[in-house]
Structures are given as structure tokens and as C-alpha cells.
Design a protein around this ligand. Structure first.
Ligand code: LLP
Length: 412
């Protein structure tokens, strides 16, 4: 099993920090998410340490997990926020972020969102098309403001990751081409209310090699080289996480080593999401039924693709383990949810000993892109989010489980 400093077995019991998971599972209806604040904060610190030479501003990418307790803790520990919608900006401000510590990214910002972000005074706009630049300029002028912009380059470089989360190849919708960036930089005078103060590049998420990152960064730096006053480089997110025990991913230090020599003397912004929260979170689920069918053993759980869509959407692997392991086994099962979709499979070939109705399972590394991508599909209430506090000993319900009536709230 993949263990870490916070999520680990002690005496054959799965613990989240110093709290035995069975204690919480006895009091909370499953499925629920549980997060270790300590692990999220440790991860923030691990990134800071790996990139120490560059002293980067870390803008936690709120899209990975926007739970308020997590946001408050990360902001309290000095993180800025990477937001991709006005909703995320609003949430970040409510969680205590200073507006100037928010970067506003996104391929399709609406005028209303741009206006809101300007009024609030966000620190940066990461701009992804030429027309957007004009709109920001016009709206800023109307508000008699001037704002900093980082032009997001699409470097036309393929990243080593799942095709659904690669963003920097030429065919992806993201960013500006190198030609467009070069042209915009030449035309700074035509955009008096925006300051082209930085360049942004993010080629994908969960990157499995550093080569493409290096190449993308070189391209970005080449574009700003003729403009010595542009001193800020935002290198996006993408730091990888281990989802399988037998998987090798480059450590944060490898990315830092690749980038540091290129970035000496620049102000550096980083937008990690997954690397901060993925391995701080677990989705806890109970076994409803076990059935043998077509030569396979199906373990039917009360969690589904409505709560965790990553396996269905990206063929993502999440380790599934027992909260109280019984015996080691060679037997593998299919772990599925109750949703009416063949793709509602949480794990294929999962090594689990015979489990029975009522047993509780833990779906690991589920803290990033889990709850935020959940839905009410099949009218399933979104699950509770439990947080184990920084002391590692106490925990609280950070967001209660939705009710059937909650799901009716917006209808007449
Ligand atoms: N910056 C930008 C511009 C991004 O597009 C993203 C992620 C991040 C930062 C944060 O990246 P991270 O550090 O988390 O790799 N739902 C997918 C992941 C989508 C990522 C979208 N962009 C998944 O579950 O794998």
C-alpha cells in the first residue's frame, strides 16, 4: 500500500494522522471524504523545500480541492491561490486570501468574471487569447485600474501524462501560440491598462517526466528575452503524485533541478494542486454486496463515480484497501459503485481478500479532483468532508453530507 507521513497502518489499523479511521467510520455515514490537514501542509512545505533556491510564490490551485477548511489552512500557511473562475476567487477571498495573492487563470473568462476580478484587485490575470486581453484592458480602463498580465504560452509540446490532462500540445485549447505571444508583447502600447509583466506555461497535470517541462520553459523564456523588464515566470502546476505502489514518478526535486538554472533571477510563481492535496485525502466507503458473476467477484460499494469520477474519466488508478486488513491474498476483485453506468468502476483487479457486507474500504490518494468533480448523478447526495485537524488528534465535519432536500433546493 502507498503510505505517507499521515495516512498509514499502525497495528493493522488504518490511521489518518493519530486518528484510527474505524473510530470515524463508526460515527459517520459512508461514503465520506477525509483529509489530513497536516499532510496537505507538509506537502506545501515539501514543495517549498524542493524549490527553495527559487523562493517561488506558491499559488495553490483551488480546482484540485476547494474545501474551505483546506483553503483556510493553506492560505494561513502563506499560500496564494490559483483560481479559474469567479466562483473560485469568491471562495478564496472568503477563506482569507488577499486579492493580490490570487492569480486568475482560465481559457474562457466571462466579462462579468473579468470585472469582478478587477474590482477585487486580483494580483494577476493569466491570459489565454488576444481578444481576452482587449477585454481586460477595456474593463480595467473603465475602472481606472491597471492590472498585471501573464501571457499563457501554449508551447506546442507533448507532456508525458494522460491525454485528457495534457494542455501544452498544439491542438489543445489552452494558451496563446508563440507567435501570438510575440505579437502581443510588441503591442504593449496598445493595451495601456494592462501590464505584460509575466509569462505563464503549464503543459499538463501529473507529469511523469521533466524533459517536456524543460523544453516548454526554454520556449517561454526565449519569448520574453527581448524584454528585460519582464521578470516573472509562472510555471503552472503539474507536479506528479504516486497513485500505484509500484509506480516511479519524478520527485519534486527533479522538477526543481530542471528549472532552477533557467529561472535564476526571475520571480517565480508555481500553481500546484494535486501535489498538495491528493495524498492527503481518502474516500471511505462501505461494502453493500459481494456477488460472483461471469467468473469475476464484484464488490459493490456505496461510493461511485458520482463521488469519484477519475477512474471512469481517465482510467485513473486509486489503491483500494481495507480499513482493518484481514489476510494477504492473490485474489482480485472488481470494486464498483451503485450508479447505473457500466463505467462506474472504482477499481479493476483490486487485490482484496474476501470482504463482506458492511466492511469499510478506503480509496486512497483521493484528495485531489475528487469532491470537486463529484456530482448528484442518480440523485446521490454529495458526501461529507471530514478534516483531521493540524494537531493530528481531533477532527471535524468540514462539510456535512447533502440531504435529499438539498438536492431539491434550486427547483420550484
Ligand atoms: N495551473 C493550470 C493552468 C492548470 O490547468 C492546472 C490543472 C493546475 C495549475 C494544477 O495542476 P496540478 O498541480 O493539479 O497538476 N481533473 C484532472 C486534472 C485536471 C487538471 C487541470 N489543470 C485529474 O483528476 O487528474
Amino acid at each position: 500500500m502507498i503510505e505517507n507521513s499521515s495516512i498509514t497502518y499502525r497495528a493493522n489499523i488504518l490511521y489518518i494522522d493519530d486518528v484510527p479511521l474505524p473510530d470515524i467510520a463508526a460515527q459517520q455515514e459512508t461514503p465520506f471524504y477525509i483529509y489530513s490537514l497536516r499532510r496537505a501542509l507538509d506537502n506545501l512545505q515539501r514543495i517549498r523545500t524542493a524549490f527553495a533556491e527559487l523562493k517561488p510564490h506558491i499559488h495553490y490551485s483551488a480546482k484540485a480541492n476547494a474545501n474551505m477548511a483546506l483553503l483556510r489552512a493553506l492560505i494561513g500557511a502563506g499560500a496564494g491561490i490559483d483560481a479559474v473562475s469567479a466562483g473560485e476567487i469568491h471562495r478564496a477571498l472568503k477563506a482569507g486570501a488577499a486579492p493580490e495573492d490570487i492569480v486568475f487563470a482560465g481559457v474562457g473568462k466571462t466579462k462579468a468574471e473579468i470585472r469582478y476580478a478587477l474590482e477585487q484587485g486580483v494580483g494577476w490575470f493569466n491570459v489565454e487569447n488576444v481578444r481576452e486581453c482587449s477585454i481586460i484592458d477595456a474593463e480595467a480602463a473603465r475602472l481606472r485600474k491597471r492590472t498585471r498580465v501573464a501571457l499563457r504560452l501554449n508551447p506546442d509540446i507533448a507532456a508525458d501524462t494522460h491525454r485528457h490532462i495534457a494542455t501544452g500540445h498544439g491542438k489543445a485549447k489552452f494558451g496563446l501560440t508563440a507567435e501570438q505571444v510575440a505579437e502581443l508583447l510588441k503591442q504593449q502600447a496598445n493595451f495601456p491598462s494592462v501590464d505584460f509583466a509575466g509569462i505563464h506555461v503549464h503543459i499538463g497535470s501529473n507529469l511523469h517526466s521533466t524533459d517536456a517541462t524543460h523544453a516548454a520553459l526554454e520556449k517561454a523564456l526565449e519569448l520574453i528575452a527581448p524584454y528585460p523588464h519582464i521578470r516573472t515566470v509562472n510555471i503552472g502546476g503539474g507536479l506528479p503524485v504516486t497513485y500505484r505502489a509500484d509506480e516511479q514518478v519524478p520527485p519534486f526535486e527533479s522538477f526543481a533541478e530542471t528549472m532552477t538554472p533557467l529561472l535564476k533571477g526571475y520571480e517565480v510563481l508555481l500553481e500546484p494542486g494535486r501535489a498538495i492535496v491528493a495524498d492527503a485525502g481518502v474516500l471511505v466507503t462501505s461494502v453493500l454486496y459481494v456477488k460472483q458473476q461471469a467468473g469475476q467477484r464484484f464488490v459493490i460499494c456505496d461510493a461511485s463515480m458520482s463521488e469519484l469520477i477519475r477512474p471512469a474519466l481517465y482510467d485513473a488508478h486509486h489503491e483500494i484497501v481495507q480499513m482493518l486488513p484481514t489476510v494477504a491474498t492473490d485474489e482480485t476483485v472488481i470494486v464498483v459503485g451503485p450508479v447505473c453506468e457500466t463505467t462506474d468502476v472504482l477499481g479493476q483487479n483490486v487485490p482484496l481478500p474476501p470482504v463482506k457486507e458492511g466492511d469499510v474500504l478506503a480509496i486512497l490518494t483521493a484528495g485531489a479532483y475528487g469532491m470537486v468533480m463529484s456530482s448528484n448523478y442518480n440523485q446521490r447526495p454529495r458526501p461529507a468532508e471530514i478534516v483531521v485537524n493540524e494537531d493530528g488528534k481531533t477532527w471535524h465535519v468540514a462539510r456535512r453530507r447533502e440531504t435529499w432536500d438539498d438536492m431539491l433546493r434550486f427547483e420550484e
